[in-house]
Design a binder for this molecule. Structure first.
Ligand code: FES
Length: 111
């Protein structure tokens, strides 16, 4: 199965994804620029993604902890999620996300 990830520069990547991995781990392990500072503990918001509209309803609902963390992210939208809280499963084959501003390892490139 695969996920599609648009990076901060607007380039779309199709990445092979394994069931049970967090979406953040897939993005990081394929070498895209994602800070994911806390390593998936829902404590940094630097794995923030915007989820394509078709997919938002298929995700496990957001929990309070994730919502609190997202409050500290940049450019938070209705379709914002922390990619470390999204677990890859067969239903998410084809998932489409965009890395949000503030997720780059080198900080906010546009700033
Ligand atoms: S990696 Fe830190 S909140 Fe997702």
């Amino acid at each position: 199965m695969h996920i599609h990830v648009t990076d901060q520069a607007g380039t779309r990547h199709t990445l092979e994804a394994l069931e049970g991995f967090r979406v953040m781990e897939i993005i990081r392990d394929w070498g895209l620029d994602i800070k994911a500072e806390c390593g998936g503990a829902c404590a940094c918001a630097t794995c923030h993604v915007h989820v394509a509209e078709d997919w938002t309803g298929k995700l496990y609902p957001i929990e309070a902890e994730e919502e609190d963390m997202l409050d500290q992210a940049f450019d938070v939208r209705d379709n914002s999620r922390l990619s470390c809280q999204l677990l890859m499963s067969a239903e998410l084959d084809g998932l489409e996300v965009t890395l949000a501003p503030g997720t780059q390892i080198k900080g906010r490139a546009a700033a």
